[in-house]
Design a protein around this ligand. Structure first.
Ligand code: PRP
Length: 212
């Protein structure tokens, strides 16, 4: 039997994913060891391998088949645009992709002005403004703390993730428009889906039952 390999995005999602997998009897004791610098973990009994990578790299590992299955946020799936099957909404990591800014920026949006949009997600921002809203904007790629951009005058608005809304609130910003809802998704390599159909379908169905 071949190994089935899982790529999990590091951080909160990975922890939640492992808790969910435990519910369907998929465990990986090795992964729970704290302070370990190990990158790949094996469940010999069920022939499963797990590794943790940066979230945006998960779709890459899955598209190339270095991982059969990945768990990653919908934001990353949309931004990376990789060829893979999105098979399941895992229901956690719920948040929203939004256009945010100071209340005063609402007018710029309304009049379809040529504004600057700062974001960690240039592809999502481009798709939203160009294809959905038909508004020409200048997109500026940043790598984090996106809320800073309108405060220091880099951009009029941002496209970013809003979860509780507290980062916006503490910085005097508001949600101006919603781009799409987000949550953790399971993705599968297109070839693996055919070659390991039985085992992968069983995992998906077990998860579906656990999620009810
Ligand atoms: C994310 C996001 C927002 C914040 C939203 O940032 O980019 O800044 O969380 O959460 P809230 O609505 O609950 O306040 P993250 O903490 O991942 O770090 P980053 O700013 O470096 O991207």
């Amino acid at each position: 039997m071949e190994y089935i390999t899982f790529a999990l995005g590091k951080g909160r999602l990975a922890k939640k994913t492992l808790e969910l997998f435990e519910q369907i009897g998929i465990t990986c004791e090795e992964m729970k060891e704290k302070d370990s610098r190990k990158l790949i973990f094996v469940n010999e009994e069920r022939k499963l391998k797990f590794f943790l990578s940066k979230g945006p790299d998960v779709p890459t590992y899955v598209e190339y088949g270095a991982a059969d299955i990945g768990v990653v946020g919908k934001d990353t799936i949309l931004e990376e645009g990789r060829r893979l099957f999105e098979v399941l909404d895992l229901g956690f990591g719920k948040c929203r992709m939004c256009v945010c800014g100071p209340e005063s920026a609402r007018e710029h949006l309304r009049h379809h002005e040529l504004i600057r949009v700062a974001t960690k997600y240039p592809n999502i921002a481009k798709d939203y403004f160009y294809n959905k809203k038909h508004q020409t904007v200048e997109i500026i790629k940043l790598n984090g703390s996106i809320e800073l951009a309108p405060i220091v005058g880099l951009s009029e608005v941002i496209v970013d993730i809003v979860e509780t809304g507290s980062t916006l609130k503490e910085n005097g910003l508001v949600v101006l428009e919603e781009v799409c809802p987000l949550s953790a998704r399971m993705v599968v390599n297109q070839v693996s889906m055919k070659m390991e159909n039985e085992r992968i379908t069983k995992i998906i169905n077990d998860l579906k039952r656990a999620l009810i």
